[in-house]
Design a protein around this ligand. Structure first.
Ligand code: GTS
Length: 208
């Protein structure tokens, strides 16, 4: 039986990185897909700590907040650094990824028609921060010498950005290599090639 259950809408959204982490770590999970009409009835929403999905179950532990879920899985599967210092640096990078994700979500859900051009123009100013970190770390990961939940999170967000702007990594060799290397990890590759992954839109409003 799958040890984990994800309850979420039929999108990649905030579960993209979680699913990629689980795949790469060789984990099985069950998906409960919530359709919008059922969600609007409000019964499930009432049971969610912050009134939102994703919901993640690990046995009797029930978690909300995608970044808490990523940290939980990072801790459980050895993807949270090898010491406290690395863990703190990983937290810092993950918070940086969240800052960019929030800008991306704002664009997608609030400003797509009016703000896409300006967003793409400004994107290098954000990507260059991650490029600087990655180009300094010979391992090819954000922190230390092994993959962390922050790497999965950045990877997922970069995949979204490559759809938004296919050339956005062209001037960032470390980021480009990061995406290529993670895409080629066998379990990630198998997941990205799967129908389960491909069938899901990136975002709930169909914009990408
Ligand atoms: N900070 C939360 C997280 O990271 O999990 C945000 C979760 C969130 O925004 N969930 C949205 C939701 O439940 C769906 S999505 O934006 O992740 O696709 N929306 C429905 C609602 O009623 O708010």
């Amino acid at each position: 039986m799958a040890p984990y259950t994800i309850t979420y809408f039929a999108v990649k959204g905030r579960c993209g990185a979680i699913r990629i982490l689980l795949s790469d770590q060789g984990q099985q999970w069950k998906e409960i897909v919530v359709n919008f009409d059922d969600w609007m009835k409000g019964d499930l929403k009432k049971t969610c700590v912050f009134g939102q999905l994703p919901k993640f179950e690990d046995g009797d532990l029930i978690l909300f907040q995608s970044n808490a879920i990523l940290r939980h899985l990072g801790r459980k599967h050895g993807a949270y650094g090898k010491c406290d210092k690395e863990a703190s640096l990983i937290d810092m990078m993950a918070d940086g990824v969240e800052d960019l994700r929030l800008k991306y979500i704002k664009l997608i859900y609030q400003e797509y028609e009016t703000g896409k051009e300006a967003y793409i123009k400004d994107l290098p100013n954000h990507l260059c921060k991650f490029e600087a970190v990655l180009s300094k770390n010979k391992s090819g990961f954000l922190v230390g010498d092994s993959i962390s939940f922050a790497d999965y999170n950045l990877f997922d967000l970069l995949l979204n950005h490559k759809v938004l702007c296919p050339t956005c990594l062209d001037t960032f060799p470390a980021l480009k290599s990061f995406v290529d290397v993670l895409s080629a990890r066998p379990k990630i590759k198998a997941f990205l090639d799967s129908d389960d992954y491909k069938k899901l839109p990136i975002n709930g409003n169909g914009k990408q």
